[in-house]
Design a protein around this ligand. Structure first.
Ligand code: ADP
Ligand code: MG
Length: 264
């Protein structure tokens, strides 16, 4: 299987403190992976070394086989890595359609996108994207009027409009209702048909909805990898999450309850 992302023995030290510690990680082309881990495990730093915001102290990050070490954040983004931050960053005074038109044509400036007529292909792809993110009926109202979940979906759409090969999504359902959470899950599953996706998430219900393979990060290294049941039943994972070893038959259930709270 071809790898879209290879992280080899990566360490990131901040004044001697290892936020990532000899981390090894691979993502297959077309894979949807969920990354979980307690606060401080290194999840955000992990995304930062992929996007080039932080350079490894040691080790290599390869994207489509290419070493990213000498590339800037901007160059890495242009190679096809898109990152969705936790809070939506959409233009609230523009409509969802305009937001998508802006991002689907980065070469034009804001002004010419707004006054110029979009080409047919562009218009079609924006319409298709609106459909994909479930915002066709809300396409022409100011984005400021969208719900938090709709804004999250719009921002995911804006990310997709830039045609990345790898989508990095940081905690997309924090603060969302159950229904909106499920919508985001369905959207990521749909996008997974044509993209490689790495999602960081705390909400275990959501992880269960979308996850095939889960990676657990702890103290800057991979603690465990497997399907959701394997991970939730792994004694090391239970210990890390609950702070003490547990061996009764309720452990998986306890972890789930514990993990359903937003912060782990
Ligand atoms: P997570 O996202 O899993 O909560 P982070 O990647 O944000 O974890 O942080 C991992 C560890 O590295 C934490 O202990 C954090 O305090 C530390 N850390 C992160 N960024 C810096 C930095 N720029 N300088 C010093 N320490 C940092
Ligand atoms: Mg974080």
């Amino acid at each position: 299987m071809q790898k879209i992302l290879e992280i080899e023995d990566v360490t990131v030290s901040f004044d001697g403190f290892k936020a990532l510690n000899d981390l090894n990680f691979n993502l297959d082309v077309g894979e949807l992976r969920v990354l979980i881990g307690p606060n401080g495990a290194g999840k955000t730093t992990f995304l930062d070394v992929i996007t080039g915001k932080t350079k490894p102290t040691k080790g290599r990050v390869l994207f489509k086989g290419r070493n990213l070490r000498s590339l800037s954040e901007h160059q890495i983004a242009r190679l096809g890595i898109g990152r969705k931050f936790q809070t939506p960053r959409v233009y609230l005074n523009l409509t969802p359609r305009e937001n998508l038109e802006l991002t689907s044509n980065r070469k034009k400036n804001v002004w010419s996108t707004l006054v110029g007529k979009p080409k047919n292909a562009e218009r079609n792809s924006v319409a298709g994207l609106l459909e994909t993110i479930g915002l066709s009926s809300r396409a022409d109202i100011p984005a400021g009027l969208l719900s938090h979940g709709e804004k999250q979906r719009l921002e995911i759409g804006m990310l997709v409009a830039q045609s990345p090969d790898l989508l990095l999504v940081d905690e997309p359902v924090a603060g969302l209702t159950d229904e909106e959470t499920e919508n985001i899950g369905d959207l990521l599953l749909a996008l997974a048909e044509s993209h490689s996706i790495l999602v960081i998430e705390h909400d275990m219900e959501f992880v269960r909805q979308i996850a095939r393979k889960v990676t657990v990060l702890h103290q800057g290294s991979v603690l465990c990898e497997g399907n959701i049941d394997q991970v939730q039943n792994d004694p090391k994972v239970i210990e890390v999450y609950l702070g003490q070893p547990m061996d009764d038959s309720d452990t998986a259930h306890s972890l789930e309850l514990e993990a359903s709270g937003s912060e782990l």
